[in-house]
Design a protein around this ligand. Structure first.
Ligand SMILES: *Cc1c(COP(=O)(O)O)cnc(C)c1O
Length: 463
C-alpha cells in the first residue's frame, strides 16, 4: 500500500470527468469507500447525503438489496454474452416489459446515454434512407438541450461549454427555441413564449422537413442547462407537427425517465387532443434504468421504424453494435428496478404514490428556501427541485459544492441554479437534514461570494 492518499493517487492516475484537473491541486477529489441508501461514506468516516443521485442515476439508494440480489443471482447464471446471434432471458424479459410500459418496442441496447442518442439519430436517418428518402438526414435540437457528449450526441447538444472546443468536429444540428418560460421575451407571458416556440418549430419544419430526419428533446425538464422545466403542451404540439411534416420525434428520457417527473416517463404527461398521452417515435433510456448500479441504455421505437429495416438486404439492417450490448447483469438490475416501481406497500401505494407524499413534505421543508430573498425563481416537478439564485459570482457553484460536501451533502449547482434530484428513499429525517443544509450552505456561500473583492477565477458551471 502506498502511503499517499487515495485522492493524491487518483489525481495522478485517474482523469476525472467534467473536471479541470488542475482544480484538484487545491481541492482534491473526495474518496468514497462505502455507500448505503442515500449515504456516501468517505475514508474518514464522514457521511454525505447523495442529493443528486450520483449524477441523476440512482433511484433507490446505494446497496439496494433487490438490485444487489438480482445481479448476484445472474452472475451465477450468465455473466455476459454477445447479443449478436445469441439471446438470454433477462434481455428478452426486459425488452417485453419496456414495450408494455411505453407502447414502443424493439429495444436496442448500449451502455450509456450518449450511445442511446447516437443510436436513435442513426436509426432515424437510416430508416428514412431505407424508405427511399436519403435526403432526410438532418436533426433539430432545442436551446439548452443536452443529449450526451460523443460527437453525434454533442451535435444535438446546446451547452456551449461542452460543445465549443469540438465545433469543427461536429455537424451541428438546427437549434430551435426552448419552451423554458424563463426564456420569454422581457415582459412576455409564458403562454406567449410557448406559442412563439411552437410557431418557430412549425416554421422550421415547413421549410426544412425534406432534409430533417428527427427532432430530439428532453421531455418536460432540460436537465444539464439548469433543470429548465416546461409545459407538456409543447410536447403535444411537437407530436402534431412531427406527424404533419413526417419528421421523427426522439424523446430523450435518459434523465427524466423512471418516475423523476412524477409519471413513469415524462412524455406521458403530455395528453393529446384525443385524451391519450402522446407517443414519441423513439425513446432513449439510461441513468435510472438500472437504478444507477450498472451502465445500460436502451432505445425503443415504433413498429414502423423497425419495419423500414426488416429486409433481405443486409445493408438495410441496423448494423450498429457495442460489445456489451444487452449485458445480462445490467438487464437483471433493470428488471429489479421495474419490479420495485410496480410493487405496492401495505397501504397499497407504489413508488410514485409514495414519492408524491415525500415531495409534498419536502416542499414544506424547503418553504424557507423558496422565501429566501436571493432566490429569484423556484420550480419543482415530481422529484426534481430547482432554485435560481441571485448571484453573479462565477465560482458560486464550485464554492457551494465544496461547502455542501463539508456539510455532509453532495450537491452540484449548475451555474446559479441550485437543484436537488434525490434518490427515492430519503427518510423524513434525511429530508429535514437536506432542507436545513441547503439553506445554511446557501447563506454561508452567499456571504463568502458577497465578500469577494472582484469576480473570482472563472470556474465553469458544470452539472
Ligand atoms: C446524462 C444524459 C445523457 C448522456 O448520458 P451518458 O450516460 O452520460 O452518456 C443524455 N441525455 C440526457 C438528457 C442526459 O441527462
Amino acid at each position: 500500500m502506498s502511503a499517499r492518499s487515495l485522492a493524491e493517487r487518483s489525481r495522478e492516475a485517474v482523469w476525472h470527468p467534467c473536471t479541470q484537473m488542475k482544480v484538484h491541486e487545491r481541492f482534491p477529489p473526495r474518496a468514497i469507500v462505502a455507500a448505503d441508501g442515500p449515504w456516501l461514506i468517505d475514508e474518514q468516516g464522514h457521511r454525505i447525503l447523495d442529493a443528486v443521485s450520483s449524477w441523476w442515476v440512482n433511484l433507490f439508494g446505494h446497496n439496494f438489496a433487490p438490485i444487489r440480489e438480482a445481479i448476484t443471482d445472474q452472475l451465477g447464471r450468465v455473466d455476459h454474452i454477445m447479443l449478436a446471434g445469441l439471446t438470454h432471458p433477462p434481455v428478452v424479459e426486459l425488452s417485453e416489459r419496456l414495450a408494455a410500459l411505453t407502447g414502443l418496442g424493439h429495444a436496442f441496447y448500449a451502455s450509456d446515454g450518449a450511445s442511446a442518442t447516437e443510436i436513435a439519430l442513426k436509426m432515424s436517418a437510416h430508416s428514412w434512407r431505407n424508405r427511399g428518402r436519403p435526403g432526410k438526414h438532418r436533426f433539430i435540437g432545442l436551446e439548452g438541450g443536452y443529449h450526451g457528449e460523443t460527437a453525434g450526441a454533442l451535435s444535438v447538444t446546446d451547452i456551449p461549454l461542452f460543445r465549443e472546443a469540438y465545433a469543427p468536429l461536429l455537424r451541428l444540428s438546427a437549434t430551435l427555441p426552448s419552451p423554458d418560460p424563463r426564456r420569454a421575451a422581457p415582459g412576455g407571458s409564458p403562454e406567449a413564449h410557448l406559442a412563439h416556440c411552437i410557431a418557430a418549430l412549425e416554421a422550421w419544419l415547413a421549410e426544412h422537413h425534406e432534409e430533417t430526419a428527427a427532432l430530439i428533446l428532453e421531455p418536460l425538464v432540460q436537465g444539464a442547462t439548469g433543470m429548465a422545466m416546461y409545459d407538456p403542451a409543447y410536447l403535444v404540439a411537437v407530436r402534431a407537427l412531427c406527424d404533419r411534416y413526417d419528421v421523427h420525434w426522439v424523446a430523450d428520457e435518459i434523465a427524466v425517465g423512471f418516475g423523476r417527473t412524477g409519471t413513469l416517463f415524462a412524455h406521458q404527461q403530455a395528453i393529446g387532443p384525443d385524451g391519450i398521452a402522446v407517443k414519441p417515435d423513439f425513446i432513449c433510456l439510461s441513468k435510472g434504468l438500472t437504478g444507477g448500479v450498472l451502465p445500460l441504455s436502451a432505445v425503443l421505437t415504433t413498429d414502423d421504424v423497425y419495419a423500414a429495416f426488416y429486409d433481405d438486404r443486409t445493408v438495410h439492417g441496423f448494423l450498429h453494435s457495442h460489445s456489451y450490448t444487452g449485458n445480462p447483469l445490467a438487464c437483471r438490475a433493470a428488471l429489479a428496478v421495474l419490479d420495485t416501481l410496480a410493487a405496492r406497500d401495505a397501504e397499497g401505494r407504489d413508488v410514485l404514490a409514495r414519492n408524491r407524499e415525500a415531495a409534498a413534505r419536502f416542499d414544506d421543508l424547503t418553504a424557507p428556501l423558496r422565501a429566501h430573498p436571493r432566490v429569484k425563481a423556484h420550480r419543482r416537478i415530481g422529484m426534481i427541485w430547482a432554485w435560481d439564485i441571485d448571484v453573479a459570482e462565477p465560482t458560486f457553484a464550485a464554492r457551494y459544492h465544496r461547502a455542501a460536501m463539508d456539510a455532509g451533502l453532495l450537491l452540484r449547482p449548475i451555474g446559479a441554479t441550485l437543484y436537488v434530484m434525490p434518490p427515492y428513499v430519503l427518510t423524513e429525517a434525511d429530508q429535514a437534514f437536506l432542507a436545513e443544509g441547503l439553506l445554511r450552505v446557501l447563506n454561508q456561500v452567499l456571504s463568502e461570494c458577497d465578500a469577494l473583492p472582484e469576480a473570482g477565477v472563472a470556474t465553469v458551471p458544470v452539472p
